[in-house]
Design a binder for this molecule. Sequence first.
Ligand code: NAP
Length: 417
Amino acid sequence: MSEKVKIGLLGCGTVGSGLVKILANHPLVEITKIAVRNEQRAQEIATNLAIEQSLFTWDINDVINDPEISIVVEVMGGVEQTKQHLLDAIAAGKDIVTANKDLLALEGSELFAAANKAGRRIMYEAAVAGGIPIISTLEQSLAANKIICLQGILNGTTNYILDLMKKEGKAFDEVLKAAQDLGFAEADPTNDIDGHDAAYKVAILASIISGKQVDVNQIYREGITKISKVDINSAHKRGYEIKLLGMIFNDEDEIDARVHPVFVPQDNPLASVAMENNAILVKADAADTLTLIGKGAGSLPTASSVAGDVLMLARGNSIAPVTSESFAKIKAMDEVENSFYIRISMHDKLGVLRDLGEAMLKHKANVKFIDQYDVHGSEAHADFLIDPIKEKELKAIIKDIEAMDSIKAVESVIRVL
Ligand SMILES: NC(=O)c1ccc[n+]([C@@H]2O[C@H](COP(=O)([O-])OP(=O)(O)OC[C@H]3O[C@@H](n4cnc5c(N)ncnc54)[C@H](OP(=O)(O)O)[C@@H]3O)[C@@H](O)[C@H]2O)c1
């Protein structure tokens, strides 16, 4: 039998441990070195995984410079230092597999340029939606299609929080705390709840879809911290569920790419994606519509994608990365058109609805319905949906509504799919 392809690991935490388990005794590949922080960590991990402690090193260069290793798997996270380690590994002739979306979204262009120049390959299936094979679907299976649009639940933590808010009728803070206690949300949840993590993934996907580099800083992002129980109930009552979506619409000369909460119609497959699951709906010109649903994180699901990349490389296959050096033009958010859900609190007096109607007329916005409820003494609430208008028009409408004497506050504005 021919010799196994030798693999080196940088990091051995949640994903790395999963990979060790999946590739144990594999006939084609063999993990021969694992870099961790120090000797003590090596001992702990070796005991937990029941593997030889001699596999471990606490010097990353031992992996990068090992002439027998042909594939370096980066599962340690981090951006600046990690980039340098991977550039060193590429210079040392290694192919790379990484699960690191932050690194790819922020520094991918430099890494891919270095890999192309050196004739090496970088694979990153696990960087977007963990165990869901979305990168290979776009790059291989749908390679002959033009992708018209992609909409995805790309962050498990926020989906878990929104799902529990709906099912248990609890407030955002309460559910976030429970998610942190259960390990579904990090101690500092900013990256997830403010939409940054999903924006990194959108940048990676938009780059594949457009065939160009994408500047992640241009991706509009809005998180879920302002979503209230009232919004979730209102959405549900009207036939929608609220989801944090990453969305990419592929126009001819620009890309509309963004992350924000959305009212998703209940008959859309994304509406019923529960708990910490991820899901991606793709519309392609030939294949039409397909939806992938699965685990967006977790040890074995994520390691499954990493292992798939490792085996692709070991068999001599790989996916051609984006080679264009030009940047995709990202559509300005002000020019994007959406339908909107608006919820207001107002003084319960004559003429409020007429004033609202006039504001809509002024901006040529078509109101689908208006629902007044919860009238307590002199205060009332109302919510309504308006047909698609440009974001800049919406801002002008909100400004006019806020200036009305009869309006107490615009409580919520959420886009509708
Ligand atoms: N977890 C998931 O479900 C998931 C899903 C998709 C993508 N990813 C991505 O996969 C990567 C790894 O995630 P993870 O969840 O496996 O993280 P993790 O559990 O924190 O594991 C990271 C491992 O790397 C080690 N490490 C960090 N910096 C190091 C350094 N400078 N030198 C040596 N070892 C170092 C850590 O050591 P210590 O334990 O000593 O700190 C730890 O063993 C990240 O880029 C993450 O974004 C993760």
